[in-house]
Design a protein. Structure first.
Lengths: 170, 428
């Protein structure tokens, strides 16, 4: 019996109740969010449950939403059930002042560098990570470059009107 | 020999008391002195044996590796940040520079991700032409990787021999898109122009000549005693560990897991093709070599099938090389000069003035070294709100210290080349 998005949703709601929110299916991929202190419990349940069996961490990264006050950073997990060939997307929002999220390294070895990369670019502090240092940027760097407050181009330029060329504010 | 400032502190009071009573007491030497049990070796970042910018600090006991620490990021170019300021078509050249041994797969993977976001349906002929190009890219990538494994085990001739045939593949790219290494091939919706007859002639030439050469290459290596003893059992990983480390592509299949994006999440009409997914069992360098070789045979078979399907299009159907998406596909240049609508679209596309639909999509293709994913978030603007590349070798390179621990230094070199690590992709 193939695993469907409805079954996953039912299973997760049965286990965690109504704390999971933002259920969506953009382009067919089940997407949901959880409170950030539950992220490991959800991942562990998805991993251990015999029906769910999401045991492959495809991708882990973050997104910065400066307009969402109190939930500026989203850590996004893409999980894959290789047996039934189902993918899901799971998000955890955290505020930017204390961007502490539990690390998934105990569950997935692959999370190690992906979390380092996420820390490197967004400053998400993964609690319990064995070696949370920058991975791609230089260690002396004192900011997190993929956050939206850092513009790509030199903002002192006056010869170029951003409104005319692509994105305005960022 | 004078102590330097890095020497360990010695507790003078107890030491001096002992010193008077025992003249043979052991003097603590500074770290890094000759008395240290292990040797620290800095392999890379620019070492001829690492084929790219990889740094590993190895702790050696004789020639045996006790511990390895990898450093990456030497050629980081902030592609994800740059992509946030580029309209979709300007991101294609960035994907070229990820895995530059098979850049057409990256280009097409990116176009497929965009098409899924925009809801563009490509004609069948475009799918088949794309498959031809993608499988050629897979062959050129595997060919380099396998022949480099040969070089690292001391057999240079296989490399030189196969390299000539990568040239034939690059000539096909050149005929199709005008460039060879960083191809920027195709557009959203299809190709920039139809394939010429010369391109198909070159393809036929390659299909006729390459199998003989690949067979000969296999004869040189597959049952070669020296090669087998060098690679069997070297850099092995179990299926379970490989999955936990996020391995994908030939490296995962060599460990015995039959996961292939082409089969699991078909894109580009791969579901119409008949091919098998080779798997290994031990996940060592030898199995990775065998899996890649077999994949080249399978790719040749896929190209032949696709070529047959392409030939079945006659008349006007044979002139189809892109989907009808005027908002994203540049109009022909002569129309831009003569027609109002074409001029408007041309201007809007070039200036990046077209707003994308709001959406969030993860789309992946089977790259030559694993699952190449694009996670694209659009807020309805002209450029992606966030674009993340799932780069397969960044994820599986973490396993490298575990793979080489306890092995010999020369095995570390061969393991690195057989993992098919591409520095451009690793560092984004």
């Amino acid at each position: 019996m193939a695993l469907t998005n409805d079954m996953i949703r039912e299973n997760l709601t049965g286990k965690f109740g109504e704390v999971l929110y933002d259920w969506e299916e953009p382009y067919g991929m089940l997407t949901f969010s959880a409170p950030k202190d539950l992220n490991l419990k959800v991942l562990q349940h998805l991993y251990d449950d015999e029906v769910m069996a999401f045991r492959f961490l495809t991708d882990l990264q973050a997104v910065h939403f400066p307009d969402k006050k109190g939930a500026e950073l989203a850590v996004v997990y893409h999980l894959h059930n290789l047996r039934d060939n189902v993918r899901i997307r799971f998000k955890v929002y955290t505020d930017i002042q204390t961007p502490d999220v539990y690390s998934a390294t105990a569950l997935f070895n692959s999370a190690n560098w992906m979390e380092r990369e996420t820390y490197d670019f967004f400053g998400v502090n993964f609690i319990g990570h064995p070696n949370l240092i920058r991975v791609l940027n230089v260690e002396e760097m004192d900011y997190f470059p993929l956050r939206k407050e850092f513009p790509l181009e030199d903002q002192t330029r006056i010869d170029k009107d951003d409104e005319m060329f692509g994105r305005g504010t960022y | 020999m004078p102590f330097d400032s890095t020497c360990r502190p010695i507790d003078i009071t107890t030491q001096s008391a002992q010193r008077t009573s025992d003249m043979n007491e052991h003097i603590l030497l500074p770290d890094g002195s000759i008395e240290k049990q292990t040797t620290t070796l800095n392999l890379g970042p620019t070492h001829p044996a690492t084929h790219g910018v990889f740094q590993n600090i190895l702790e050696l006991d004789g020639e045996r590796i006790m511990k390895a620490t990898s450093t990456v990021g030497y050629i980081h170019r902030a592609f994800e940040k740059i992509a946030e300021r580029r309209p979709l078509y300007q991101i294609t050249p960035l994907t070229d520079r990820l895995n530059y041994c098979s850049s057409p797969i990256n280009n097409m993977g990116w176009h497929i991700a965009c098409e899924r976001l925009l809801g563009v349906k490509t004609p069948k002929r475009v799918d088949y032409l794309r498959i031809i190009i993608m499988e050629l890219a897979r062959i050129s990538d595997h060919l380099i990787c396998n022949s480099i494994v040969g070089v690292d085990s001391g057999a240079y001739s296989g490399f030189l021999y196969l390299m000539q045939y990568r040239e034939l593949i690059y000539e096909i790219y050149e005929e199709v898109c005008g460039s060879r290494l960083t191809t920027n091939i195709g557009r959203i919706g299809g190709f920039e122009r139809n394939f010429t007859d010369t391109a198909f002639q070159k393809l036929e030439k390659f299909l006729a000549e390459y199998p003989k050469v690949l067979k000969e290459f296999e004869n040189l290596f597959t049952r070669n005693r020296i090669f087998m003893e060098r690679t069997i059992g070297c850099g092995a990983i179990s299926a379970e560990r490989a999955l936990n480390y996020g391995f994908t592509g030939p490296n995962l299949r060599a460990a015995g897991v039959d996961y292939d994006v082409r089969v699991h999440t078909p894109y580009c009409s791969y579901e119409e093709f008949n091919f098998t997914i080779p798997v290994g069992s031990t996940g060592d360098c030898y199995d990775r070599f065998l899996v890649r070789n077999e994949e080249m045979w399978q790719s040749l078979d896929i190209i032949r099938q696709a070529w047959q399907k392409v030939q079945s299009f006659k008349g006007a159907d044979a002139e189809v090389f892109h989907a009808d998406t005027p908002a994203y596909y540049l109009p022909p240049k002569q129309d831009v000069y003569t027609k109002m609508e074409a001029l408007i679209y041309h201007f809007k596309i070039i200036m990046g003035e077209i707003d994308m639909p709001v959406g969030e999509i993860y789309s992946s293709v089977e790259g030559a070294n694993g699952e190449l994913g694009f996670y694209l978030i659009s807020d309805g603007g002209r450029t992606p709100y966030r674009l993340h590349f799932r780069r397969p070798c960044f994820i599986y390179y973490q396993a490298y210290p575990e793979l080489i621990q306890g092995g010999m230094l020369s095995d570390a070199v061969i393991t690195m080349s057989s993992l098919n690590l591409i520095a451009g992709e690793l560092d984004a």
